[in-house]
Design a protein around this ligand. Structure first.
Ligand code: MG
Length: 123
């Protein structure tokens, strides 16, 4: 049964790259897209999401704020959230984890790195 992945990024090109990588890795997924954290939160709230992949820097609501809001709805962290971002400093990683992110993938990423980070969540 396919897993439903919510892909949140304000760059349509970046969403395309992430979705292409998901497909190229052979993961059995269906995709829900959102262009900012606010839309991402709305789509998460609608239900049925198995995994969230999100950018950090976005208009209206940034990724880390969206992670905090999602964790209010999912305090047991049942749904994994991976941040995919250029914000790769130790402080930022720590902030993301404290907000409730499950893992972290630095941009730009290679297909191998992508598969390695996401494999355990989509197996
Ligand atoms: Mg962005």
């Amino acid at each position: 049964m396919p897993k439903t992945v919510l892909v949140v990024d304000d760059s349509a090109m970046m969403r395309k790259i992430v979705i292409k990588n998901l497909k190229d890795c052979g993961f059995d997924v269906q995709i829900v897209e959102a262009g900012d954290g606010k839309e991402g939160l709305e789509k998460f709230s609608a239900g049925g999401i198995d995994l969230v992949l999100t950018d950090w820097n976005m208009p209206n609501m940034d990724g880390v704020t969206m992670v905090r809001e999602i964790r209010k709805l999912d305090p047991e962290k049942k749904i994994p959230i991976i941040m995919i971002t250029t914000e790769g400093s130790a402080d930022k990683v720590k902030e993301a984890v404290l907000a409730g992110a499950s893992n972290y993938l630095a941009k730009p990423f290679t297909p191998d790195r992508f598969k390695e980070k996401l494999g355990k969540f989509l197996a």
